[in-house]
Design a protein around this ligand. Structure first.
Ligand code: GLU
Length: 302
């Protein structure tokens, strides 16, 4: 496995410089565009990495998987009255479908859907910031993981579109919280800074039927783990989900910080980070690295 990761590090070199770092959140644009890291964690405790795997980066939309997992535990099937389970076919921050679909977002991984799941967390906990952070720290067993306050603030200062989504859904009665509070919690969980090692560890429960291997703790039921993985497969990669499934063949979630994390149920989780994005907002080199990974290892869900 280590040899494969080392080989990928060589093979991806020609792909740097072909994408663009996200700059609509100015703080994200300060990152070195040529950064790269990759980590594989197996459910039986083995860990393999290459590149800058001790470098923290902004997980952005990947946090939507954590919040969805929490919301599914809290609301059970009632959650699906407020958010759908279909790919959107539109950009992650689009407003268009919400008008015709009565304020019900297509899925929990577009921004509108993640605002709804975040709303449920706010409604259930007196300190939603702490609950979300503890959830992530516990999964990765790294209690130093924190919000990156500069990234959260930077996003708040450029939040017209997310703000529009929150207010628009509230007008349909699908948001209960105050929109400013909702946006602040949402931007904070998007700002969580993690390494590829942290991220791969924090997704192991989805590779292991809902149980976090290092602690043996059940995070979600086996059925819910299957469902979260299914949602990642159909909606986890923005508007590029079909192409990603074709090339990589694993359920995964990406973020505009350049992270992508994928799982192979029963075996491992794999996280990759490279900040230059393709036109759909997925890490360009990261996607290539995962494509090479499933080709070289011949391990995918298909
Ligand atoms: N915080 C980002 C936003 O709402 C998340 C986007 C993403 O990673 O897809 O725009």
């Amino acid at each position: 496995m280590q040899e494969i990761l080392d080989r990928i590090l060589v093979d991806i070199q020609p792909y740097f410089g072909m994408g663009e770092v996200a700059d609509y959140i100015p703080e994200l644009a300060k990152v070195n565009p040529k950064s790269f890291a990759m980590t594989v964690e197996t459910i039986d405790g083995k860990s393999y990495s290459c590149g800058e795997f001790d470098q923290k980066f902004s997980i952005q939309s990947i946090s939507k998987v954590f919040v969805l997992s929490m919301a599914m535990e809290l609301l059970q099937d009632q959650l699906w009255e407020r958010v759908g389970r279909e790919p959107s076919g539109t950009a992650f921050n689009s407003l268009v479908q919400l008008e015709t679909e009565q304020g019900i977002p297509r899925n929990p991984f577009i921004n509108a859907g993640a605002l709804v799941t975040t709303d449920t967390i706010i409604q259930h906990f007196s300190n939603p910031y702490k609950e979300i952070l503890s959830f992530v720290q516990n999964l990765s067993q790294n209690f130093d993981i924190q919000f990156d306050k500069r990234v959260a603030l930077s996003e708040f200062q450029n939040s017209d579109r997310n703000s529009a989504l929150a207010h628009f859904m509230k007008s349909f009665g699908n948001i209960e919280s105050d929109p400013m509070t909702l946006l602040d919690v949402y931007f904070h969980h998007c700002s969580i800074a993690m390494t590829t090692q942290d991220l791969a560890k924090s997704f192991l429960f989805l590779a292991n039927g809902g149980v976090n291997p290092p602690t043996g703790e059940s995070i979600v039921s086996k059925l819910k783990a299957k469902r979260v993985n299914s949602l990642m497969l159909t909606s986890g990669l923005y508007d590029n989900v079909g192409d990603f499934a074709y090339r990589v063949g694993l359920p995964a979630k990406s973020g505009v910080g350049g992270g992508i994390v994928a799982v192979l149920p029963g075996e491992f989780s794999v996280a990759v980070w490279s900040p230059e994005l393709n036109l759909s907002g997925n890490s360009l080199v990261g996607t290539k690295a995962l494509e090479l990974f499933t080709s070289y290892t011949e391990k995918s869900i298909f």
